[in-house]
Design a protein around this ligand. Structure first.
Ligand code: HPA
Ligand code: ZN
Length: 343
């Protein structure tokens, strides 16, 4: 136990890192660390507008979601080959393993790659190869979620879904990300219906910068099983009650919300209040290379800023496993790993 910023004793950093957990909100392109940007640029002969890793890092000061996305889409240009995507994923998994991740469901943004002439198959095969290795070598299980870019035309999402369906053996679900405001879930009702009909799981980013109404649309019009972020639900007590009643889990990313200035200070984060209201909440890292921490670091940050207790941290970890799309037998196995955590 350790003294937290709120004067309460809480779990130690190492206990929070050791807590077995599922990571359910992770953009694999958002794990591209600045050092790897330079390595891949060198390997692939890609020119960078930065002289050094340190100079690149000076651009990691974001004013909102769009300012981050501009850099995120620009730096991923260094990812060119299947082995680049495998290397990216391998490095994420090595770090994730040290922070207690036992199962991960990661997003990728195929349209951000096909727009650069890189085939969806190249991306999926690279990511998939590293995930297979991690299952064998680290015991981490996983799934890949194809995420549509909501700030691109709906027709483009329809096309990329068709391509993705040719690799349905490798994809467990679809999601919706990128610039939220002005791009409501309702636009994507048809493409999500097609994904559901194909047997895929469905999730969507909603209520990150967008209004609570977008969360309602994601549930009612897209049929989502989880909401990614959902922080703005806290503005709408009726919606909070509905999320709790319908047991719809939120995949929250506290450090991301601070870095993108969705909230002013971590102490204002609604994670703990939503939990207290009966909403199923989970802690995740979103784009850890850009937001100052992986999933274990996010647990440490909410302990310090919100006074999250060991019992609460354990509940978030259990929820991450229960709300995952892992087979029931795997969920039982992981829940039993959590059983021993508090000692
Ligand atoms: N929000 C929306 N879209 C994204 C994000 C995010 O934090 N990261 C990568 N794509
Ligand atoms: Zn996200």
């Amino acid at each position: 136990m350790t003294e937290t910023g709120t004067g309460v004793t809480g779990p130690t950093d190492s206990a929070l890192f050791a807590l077995p957990k599922a990571e359910l909100h992770l953009h694999i392109e958002g794990t591209l660390e600045p050092e790897l940007v330079f390595e891949l640029a060198g390997r692939n002969g890609v020119g960078l507008p930065y002289a050094s890793v340190d100079e690149l890092k000076t651009h990691y000061d974001f004013s909102d979601l769009q300012s981050f996305l501009n850099l995120y889409y620009a730096t991923m240009d260094v990812l060119r080959t299947e082995s680049d995507f495998a290397e990216l994923t391998r490095r994420y998994l090595a770090t994730a393993a040290t922070q207690g991740v036992r199962h991960v469901e990661l997003f990728f943004d195929p349209q951000a790659h096909t727009a650069r002439g890189i085939r969806l198959e190249t991306v999926v095969d690279g990511i998939g190869a590293a995930l297979d290795e991690a299952e064998r070598d680290l015991g981490i299980t996983s799934g890949i979620i194809l995420s549509f870019l909501r700030d691109q035309p709906v027709d483009a999402a329809e096309i990329i879904l068709s391509v993705g369906l040719s690799r349905i053996d490798r994809i467990i679900g679809v999601g919706l990300d990128s610039a939220e405001v002005g791009h409501p879930p309702s636009l994507f009702a048809h493409v999500f219906a097609r994904a559901r009909d194909a047997g895929l799981h469905v999730v969507a980013h909603a209520g990150e910068e967008g209004p609570p109404e977008y969360i309602r649309e994601a549930i009612d019009l897209l049929g989502v099983e989880r909401i990614d972020h959902g922080i703005r639900a806290i503005e709408d007590p009726e919606l909070v009650a509905r999320l709790a009643g319908e047991r719809i889990a939120l995949t929250m990313c506290p450090l991301s919300n601070v870095r993108l200035r969705t909230i002013g200070d971590l102490a204002e984060h609604p994670l703990r209040r939503l939990d207290a209201a009966g909403v199923r909440v989970t802690v995740n890292s979103d784009d850890p290379a850009y937001f100052g921490g992986y999933v274990g670091d996010n647990f440490v940050a909410v302990r310090d800023a919100l006074g999250v207790t060991a019992q609460e941290a354990e509940r978030y970890a259990r929820t991450s496993i229960e709300a995952s799309f892992a087979p029931d037998a795997r969920k039982r196995e992981l829940l039993s790993e959590v059983d021993g955590w508090l000692g």
